[in-house]
Design a protein. Structure first.
Length: 66
C-alpha cells in the first residue's frame, strides 16, 4: 500500500486524499513531523523548497498522472 501512496503506517497520499490540505500544512508536516505518529521530522535532511517539491507532486496527481 505504501509504495502506491494509499497508506500504510500513515494516511494515504493520493491527490484525492490531499485535496483539502494546504501546501503549507503538508510542508510543515514533512519538515517537522507529527509527534506521536511514525512521521519523523525531515528538516535536517530537506530544505523548504525540497519539501515543497515533494508536496506538489501528489497534489498534481502523482503517480496516477504519470
Amino acid at each position: 500500500m505504501g509504495m502506491q501512496l494509499r497508506g500504510g503506517l500513515g494516511p494515504a497520499l493520493t491527490s484525492n486524499a490531499l485535496k483539502d490540505k494546504s501546501a503549507d500544512s503538508l510542508i510543515s508536516t514533512i519538515l517537522h513531523g507529527r509527534p506521536g505518529t511514525p512521521m519523523p521530522p525531515w528538516e535536517k535532511f530537506l530544505s523548504g523548497s525540497e519539501a515543497s517539491w515533494i508536496t506538489d507532486n501528489p497534489q498534481k496527481g502523482f503517480p496516477d498522472a504519470y
